[in-house]
Design a protein around this ligand. Sequence first.
Ligand code: SF4
Ligand code: MSK
Length: 665
Amino acid sequence: MAKSEEKNSQDRSLDPATQSSMADAQDAGIELVWDRLDAQSPQCRFGAEGICCRACAMGPCSISARSERGVCGATADTIVARNFLRMIASGAASHSDHGREVAHTFIRAARGEAPGYEIKDEQKLRQVARLFDLEVEGRDKNELAEEVGKAALREFGKQEGELTLIKRAPERRQRLWRELGVVPRGVDREVVEVMHRTHMGVDQDYQNMMLQGTRAALADGWGGSMLATELQDIMFGTPGQPWPEAERDIPQMEANLGVLSDNEVNIVVHGHEPLLSEMVVVAARDPELLEMARQAGAEGINIAGICCTANEILIRHGVPVAGNFLQQELAISTGAVEMMVVDVQCIMQGLSRVAEDFHTQLVTTSEKARIPGAQHSQFDEEDALNSAKALVKQAIDNFPKRRGVNIPADRGEAVAGFSHEYINYMLGGSFRGSYWPLNSNIIDGRIRGVAGVVGCNNPKVSHDAVHIPLVEELIANDVLVVQTGCSAIASAKAGLMRPETALEKAGDGLREVCEAVGIPPVLHAGSCVDNSRILIALSEMVRVGQDNSRLSLGDDISDLPVAGAAPEWMSEKAIAIGQYFVASGVFTVFGVGMPILGGEEFTKLLFEDYADQLGGSWACEPDPSDMAAVMIDHIDAKRKSLGIEEARERTLFDMEMRRELQEEG
Ligand code: SF4
Ligand code: MSK
């Protein structure tokens, strides 16, 4: 990019902490993700449109006016479909392998072979055991947990039949999936079959391929991801559930680089699996280690998170969040991080280069994810607490090596951890917990609908600058927003999950409901695998209406006035999530751009035909206001079909209003 076109930190991010840390890093000559994007620009058009194939050594092939087919004769739609399916497979594999690791640890915890881990949520253990048709009455919790863990593991390797948790979906949805032949058998089987079908010379009908893509995506949402969430809740506690009863509440927290401490040992945990980070949180409270920190000149030990490991420990322990995806390098560049402990997924290799310029020790902990230049300390779940303590001790030893810190002051306050169970409790109380108040408020129009806003950051668009205006516009239009992943962190930083601030920005109806119930209009539901919580919540909204016709919002998820969005997506996991939401009946909009537009027929299938076939479809709208518009239009159309529409204007945001909101915020 020519110098005159170079963007400054204000163009690159909406977030003031990111802007100032980025400017400092630029002054210090530290290479960041944005610099590497510039070096890669202009990026390959064929890749961006999904019409590049390197599935065999006759290629690589790309589709253009000059060559409309690959060497083997593959069309643009076939190539786009292959690439898209492989993204789904990778995303589903990542979430599901996370779930598999949790299941292994779960079984060891139940057997007493993993000291430090325990079965905390017995109520949820029994609920999940019933889903697997296990006998629960009079069973010892550890014995039952071992059976649940084994049943969960079997879901990955099943060859025939149906994934068990599919039965949590509304009946009509299950029937549709059976008619289409897309009910997943076993998680691993569906991922393997995608890889087979997309091999050179196998499936060459994009519609047929996408049936398998749908099956693999459903194996993620209603399989691997849902198992990860449920087993983690049972082991570490369901957010908002009582352990002990007196502590029933959800955590208050702070988010942004400003949570790093200039006088404490800072350990940043980053990635997705909470198995080790849960133990790091425990180790950081150890009196011996705290004393050791004091002797090293620090006032304490501060644990903060990045990405979804952050979300996992935040929603259960209120541990602060240092930032979302695009802030990982900036956290190290503050000079205040003694150690960054990473597990799997969304960890940039660029971290090791930034860490070289500072005293920060970058530590990989999973056999599956090593980084040249980083220390590898294999996490041993059978000795997890001692593994965690050894890392904390090493971080303390690193504290005196600091060479000056520069931490931006910005941090946002939030409440977080709205599990499906907690929302149920908040709406209806512990004895009659139910979604009926939500349905009722949607029917009477106070709440227009519900939106799931999830996903990553992407340096191709200004950081957080699509998430925040979108969420603001949705709540101003009385749409209740549920969030996960880095999108949730964006809203937490911006104060949108702080009830008082957020309520000022909500429409009158939504504000009234949130004030009455005591929740913010933007709910943090957890990490990327916790998108499965949203599937369960949507199924509950259908079920409540089926139990009581006065509260009916139809008999399938596709009838509900809801929509989904991943405004700044970047990972293959986001594509898997998008497809399982669409296949579950949810209209889902992606920002940034989608690598399918080079396949006209394929794009039509996803953007148009799916509305009839699956009851949910994809859209792509990079601008936040356009994104809000299509989501609200969809919600209004569903309200009309349900006969609960009222003529109402959409509150449109122009630049002036946006500026005012930023200033107020
Ligand atoms: Fe080219 Fe066909 Fe080989 Fe793909 S599979 S690289 S389109 S020859
Ligand atoms: S961490 S998948 S950048 S949301 Fe789940 Fe964030 Fe996206 Fe990773």
